[in-house]
Structure formats: structure tokens, C-alpha cells
Design a protein. Sequence first.
Length: 375
Amino acid sequence: MLIGVAVVLVIIVIILVIYNIKISQKIQKFKNINQKITNLQVVQDFMNAIGETSSVDEKIKKINNILIEKYEIKYSTIVVFNGAEYEIKASNVDQRHWESLKSLQDVEMFKDSIQTATPKYVTVNNDSERLPYQKMEFGRAKSAIFFPLYIDNVYIGYWILESGTAHDFDNVDITVLEVIKDNIVSVLKTVVHQKTLESIVRTDLFTGLQSEEYLYGEGKRIIDQYTISTICMFKITNIEEINKNYCRELGNEVIKRISAYIQDNISEDYVFVRYMGPKFVIAFSGVNTEGVASFINDIKDHIEQMKISLPEGETQYTTEEPSRKNIDMTNQVATPIINVALSSYYKGTGLEEVLKKLEEYLDNADKQESDITNI
């Protein structure tokens, strides 16, 4: 009788063990599914951040904030080498600690991590200890994971997670963090081109206007605040004639006077740049082509009625023809002629394609054409 009861109890225990194992497996499966869903949501948030009309640095800060929020990370810092020095691109750590955080590549314990492209986990065992890389701080971080970042096998910086609790990352799934790290790298790789454009924007010496590259960075951020905008490109079609028949200095004066007039007469909400040579671009943010037609007509009429000469005291001499090299050009007057092309731009589409289309039209138009064309 007792043997039978014991057998039954053993069978029940075995069944319960099997049941608990299955339940545990299901819970783990649900955890994995939930983690995958979270990861997918984070990736989607990353993509949304990339697509936003903001600077590269603002995008990286937004991504870091997403990591902190979604994964409940205490401290997260992204450090990137800019070609000259290491700089903190994003961090929720107080700035007084940034100096030590942006020099971790020099800490002995992380050098091997960088060389082998593997994460490094460090922690303390009691509250009286501090992490080796901490120079003037004791209570902020008690454990950390260091991830070196690489783009196409080239080391570009690191991502470091920190916690105020010792051994806080003991049971963290490193593979999940590796996925996050890979997403950070993908984002950094994606925004490299934008950062390059932002860094090569120059101010034109003659007009004080931003260069063409401005349109693809800060300019696009302004334009993309609206669903639809009008892009206007115009070309001074007789600038070569002015340079040849008068002098290059008078041609420069024409460019300066036209630029100054337009700057004085357009809203600060619009983007005005010197596109290239005698070509300029005005981006009428949030306005359709019908809304700018009258304004463009007025601008064109005024420009083509200008009588432009060199300022007094800036006498120049033409060098285009030997026979005219000693002729004073001060009293010579030039009248500019412009050809204008307009096109609609829709947020989220290729601004560069719109500009290319406008430029091709103006460059291939008859040199005598002086019109306003909607293409």
C-alpha cells in the first residue's frame, strides 16, 4: 500500500517537475518574444530619430534617450572620435564627469576590449570601492559595461553603460546589448554623410550667404517643418557678359547687390543660399508655387531694373582686353538679367533631386531666356 502511494507521489512529482519546466520554458519564450518586440520598437524609434529633421548631434542624443527609457538604463554615454579628439555625443551623466568619460580609451582595462572588439564588464564588490576609471567620483557608478564601436572594421569610439549598483549587470543578456550596440553603429553610419555636409557648409565671401551644402543639413530641417514648400532657383544669365565687357569686380558687385536686395525682402522663415556661381536658391518653406508667383515677379522686375556700378573709391580696370586695360570702369553701369525656375518640394522626398532638376533646366535653357518657369 505504502509502495503504491510512494509511486503515485513520485509520478505526481515528476509530472509537476515536467509541468514546471514547460511553464518555465513558456515564460522564457514569452520573455524572449517580449524582448524581441522591445528591440523592434527600439529599432523603429531609431529609424524615426534618423528621419527627423534635426542635426546629427541631436539625433544621437535622441537615440541615447531612447536607450535609457526603453531599457531602463541608469547611465548611458556615447563617445565618438571625430578625427582629432574624442567627444561625447550623448550622455545623461553630469557634465563634470565628462572629462574622464571621454578618455576611457586610455584606461588600461579597456585597451584590450578595444583591440579585440569585445565588451568589457567591470564592477565593485562593496560601497567603499570605486571603478578604476573613476578619478574624482565615488558614489555615481558601481558597475559598467564598455562596448567599443566599429564601422567597417574601423574603431570610431565606444558606448558605456553604468549603474549605481554593484553587480547590477551580472545577469544581463549581453547578446541583447550587442544588438543595441549594432543599432547604435548603424545609426552613426547612417548619419555620417549628413555630418559631413554639416561640417563643409561655408559662408560665401561676396554675399555672406551660406553655401549649397547648407540646404541638406540645417536648411532641410527648416524646410521640412512643412509638408510642401516651393524651391526657387535663379541664374544671373548675363554675368559672364558683364565680367567680359566691363570687369570681374563689377560682376562681383552685381552678385552682392542682388543678394543684399533679396535678403532684405524675404522672410526669415525662408532659406536663401548661393547655390553655385551665378545660381541662387530660395526655399519658400510652407508655401506652394501659386503663393510665391507674385512675389517672384516683383523680385525679378526689380532686379532687372537695377543699374549697378562700382562704389566710388573702388576704381577698377578691366584686364579682359589689352587695349582696354587702362580704361576706368567706375562710371560703367550694368543691368542684371535673371532666369527663374520653380518647383514644388514635398517633405520626405529628395531635395537634391528637385535642385538637380532646376539646375539642369537653367543650364540648358537658351542664354537669352529671361522668364519664370514652373517645372
